[in-house]
Design a protein around this ligand. Structure first.
Ligand SMILES: C[S@@+](CC[C@H](N)C(=O)[O-])C[C@H]1O[C@@H](n2cnc3c(N)ncnc32)[C@H](O)[C@@H]1O
Length: 210
């Protein structure tokens, strides 16, 4: 679907403006908390925070896995990861590993118990990225994803607003009607919940055995 909304290139949002990312995405806080709250990760688990950005999900994940768990944050933007690293240092967390790499080639050193995909549309559209993540998940590992999507056809007037809202954070809107399409092939029991008048979604399920 084409969109004519004005765009800020994602490279700009994740580059020089990485420090402002948190202010710019403050409106999504409720959805982020909902998403992490729905991920059934437990104490001691290792969780992959895929496209972790500045690490806004890290405090929420820490509450789940505790000091005995581990969080592996993966992001290709060094500027975003720098902010995440500051957050890790501020909290004195020694159970977070930050991998500066494209998801598809990230040097993940262990098989994880759960994976989180928060507002990472471009990652969810990449078969190579998803294959790599699912190759590092135990069969049956819980998976949770959330983000924006095109509204249902009868809410079409919202499309321009949705495009403007997400344009700074999305490279390519291909697949924005069903962002979980590729995930559905890798997850046994994918359940989709439409959020915010169908302009967002929450996807939950468990990794298929490989
Ligand atoms: C909208 S931000 C979301 C950040 C974080 N998950 C959050 O909830 O705030 C998307 C992030 O995904 C990262 N990203 C996008 N495609 C990627 C890829 N192929 N490999 C690694 N990181 C990627 C971007 O650098 C950016 O930090």
């Amino acid at each position: 679907m084409a969109t004519s909304a004005p765009r800020i290139a994602p490279s700009e949002a994740y580059g020089s403006q990485a420090g402002h990312y948190e202010q710019r995405t403050g409106a999504f806080r409720y959805w982020r908390e909902l998403l992490v709250g729905k991920l059934p990760a437990r104490r001691g688990d290792t969780v992959l925070d895929v496209g972790c950005g500045t690490g806004l999900c890290l405090p929420l994940l820490q509450r789940k896995v505790g000091a005995s768990g581990m969080i592996v944050g993966i992001d290709e933007s060094e500027q975003m990861l720098r902010v995440a690293a500051e957050r890790v240092a501020e909290h004195g967390w020694d159970n977070v590993r930050l991998l500066a790499a494209p998801v598809a080639g990230a040097p993940i050193e262990r098989t994880a118990d759960a994976a989180l995909f928060c507002a990472v549309h471009d990652v969810l559209q990449s078969p190579a990225a998803l294959d790599h993540i699912f190759a590092h998940l135990h069969p049956g590992a819980p998976v949770a994803a959330a983000g924006g999507k095109w509204p249902a056809p009868w809410l079409w007037p919202l499309q321009t607003w949705v495009a403007a809202l997400h344009a700074p954070f999305v490279n390519d809107f291909t697949g924005f009607d069903r962002p979980w399409r590729l995930l559905a092939e890798l997850v046994t029991d994918l359940r989709i919940h439409q959020l915010a008048f169908s302009t967002g979604y929450l996807a939950l399920g468990h990794a298929r055995g490989r």
